[in-house]
Design a protein around this ligand. Sequence first.
Ligand SMILES: [Zn+2]
Length: 71
Amino acid sequence: MKKSERLHPCPFCGGRAEARKKKRRIANEKNPPWLIQCSNPKCFAESGVFLSQTDAVAAWNRRTPIRQKIS
Ligand SMILES: [Zn+2]
């Protein structure tokens, strides 16, 4: 994964977030959609579903409180 796509920790539990590909495709889209999920099995936090990993990561990171500046 590129540095620009680095996921922020989960905003709810601070756990590690993971990008996942959905198995089911959205109609008329070639590529499977992506979503970001918290890796903590007790948390279940997840982003919405996006057509690219980059968009999913950006959406996840937007709602995460930024504690440190990423350079
Ligand atoms: Zn979490």
